[in-house]
Ligand binder design. Structure first.
Ligand SMILES: NC(=O)c1ccc[n+]([C@@H]2O[C@H](COP(=O)([O-])OP(=O)(O)OC[C@H]3O[C@@H](n4cnc5c(N)ncnc54)[C@H](O)[C@@H]3O)[C@@H](O)[C@H]2O)c1
Length: 361
């Protein structure tokens, strides 16, 4: 797959990507590298990373290994906070990391959000590379320069805009990932297909099994996100399209954080996509037939969650923390047509309640 080069970052693929990454490290003469993992990616991905670098250039691989430190955090969203950031900053200072050293985030979106945040604030910013090991990380979290941590249960409320210098996509990492996690990442691919003008939704909607997700589809999905980011890196206008499904998706995810019925980010986004498509139908006349198609497709691939009236009220209440709001009024990105979005759409609470009914019936 052809590498994607933009002004701010490059996305590399497969064995050619490892070679370019090895050369980048050698040319920049880094003295120290921190490889940030969580406990699962330390077990499943760290050796694979080194063995794949070794296959491309044994000497550089040995050099990288000799200057690398590994720091591993607990897996899961609960570790994406200021306390963990603090521990990593302390580790960096205790081990003498300087401004011209490097952090490699080897993990899913949790690791790249956290590691990107730590890197972008340590000594006013050091370079970092993302090597995503989840599908969600590959098509979404590792790309686009948003870093962040959670505070008091509010997701990504503290963070920076800082691009990873390089992103390396190696789908071999997905071999150890659970089906549930693959499905969660797939939700972002579904979202990309809906906001894309080039009929990706028609192709995605024909995929019946997660086993049929192929490298071409992943590449396409990454490109959809990259094209949007390139035209609007700071989210002034069209980058907001990427938030489709996320206004309610995030509120659902936040609401269920810490509950027994906690769900994955991507699973919450899948529900958000159904809700916000239906709101698009109610508010701006998005096609009802496609709305039903999207609901049926998502409900066929993801477990349907029952929300009581009280939980819906609490989810709606959480919308006040959404970063897209204008003076406390929740703002949505809605679908006019597949591939055609309307941003900054205020939505009445009654319509949100109706959308929950549509999702559950
Ligand atoms: N910055 C952005 O633009 C952006 C976009 C979307 C999501 N996010 C963030 O991404 C996070 C979610 O990312 P995620 O879905 O990748 O979750 P994650 O990073 O928590 O990983 C999911 C689970 O899979 C495990 N894992 C990761 N790779 C593995 C592998 N190859 N084999 C076996 N286990 C593996 C992890 O240890 C973890 O338990 C959230 O914090 C979300 O806010 C950020």
């Amino acid at each position: 797959m052809k590498e994607i080069i933009s002004d701010n970052f490059s996305i590399l693929f497969g064995s050619d990507g490892y070679l370019k990454l090895a050369n980048f490290i050698q040319e920049n003469n880094f003295k120290k590298i921190l490889i940030l993992t969580d406990e699962n990616t330390k077990i499943h991905c760290l050796d694979l990373f080194f063995s794949n670098i070794k296959k491309t250039d044994k000497k550089i691989a040995e050099m990288i290994s000799s200057i690398s430190y590994n720091y591993s955090v607990e897996p899961g969203e609960n570790a994406k906070n200021i306390k963990t950031s603090n521990h990593i900053w302390e580790f960096l200072t205790e081990n003498g990391f300087k401004r011209n050293d490097l952090i490699i985030n080897l993990g899913g979106g949790m690791v790249s959000d956290l590691g990107g945040f730590v890197a972008s604030t340590y000594m006013r910013g050091i370079q970092f590379i993302n090597i995503p090991t989840t599908l969600l990380g590959m098509v979404d979290a590792s790309i686009g320069g948003k870093t962040g941590i959670d505070l008091k249960g509010i997701k990504n409320i503290i963070g920076t805009f800082q691009f990873a210098k390089l992103v390396l996509i190696d789908i071999e990492f997905l071999n150890s990932l659970s089906k549930k996690q693959i499905a969660a990442g797939y939700a972002e691919m579904i979202k990309h297909s809906l906001i894309d003008k080039n009929h990706e939704w028609e192709k995605i909607s024909k995929i019946n099994s997660l086993e049929d997700i192929n490298p071409e589809m992943i590449y396409k999905s990454i490109n959809i996100k990259v094209n949007i980011i390139e035209s609007d890196p700071m989210e002034s206008n069209i980058r907001k399209h990427l938030n489709f499904g996320h206004t309610l998706g995030h509120a659902i995810e936040t609401y269920l954080l810490g509950f027994e019925r906690e769900i994955l980010h991507g699973e919450a986004i899948a529900i958000g996509l159904v809700l916000e498509t239906y709101i698009s139908y109610l508010k701006i006349n998005f096609d009802l037939k496609i709305t039903k198609e999207i609901k049926n497709y998502i409900n066929q691939h993801y477990e349907i969650i029952e929300f009581s009236e009280e939980s819906i009220r609490k989810i709606i209440d959480l919308l006040k923390y959404d970063k897209k709001n204008n003076n406390d009024e929740p703002m949505f990105v809605l679908l006019n047509n597949v591939g055609e979005m309307k941003i900054n759409q205020p939505v009445e609470i009654e319509l949100i309640k109706e959308a929950f009914k549509f999702y559950q019936n």
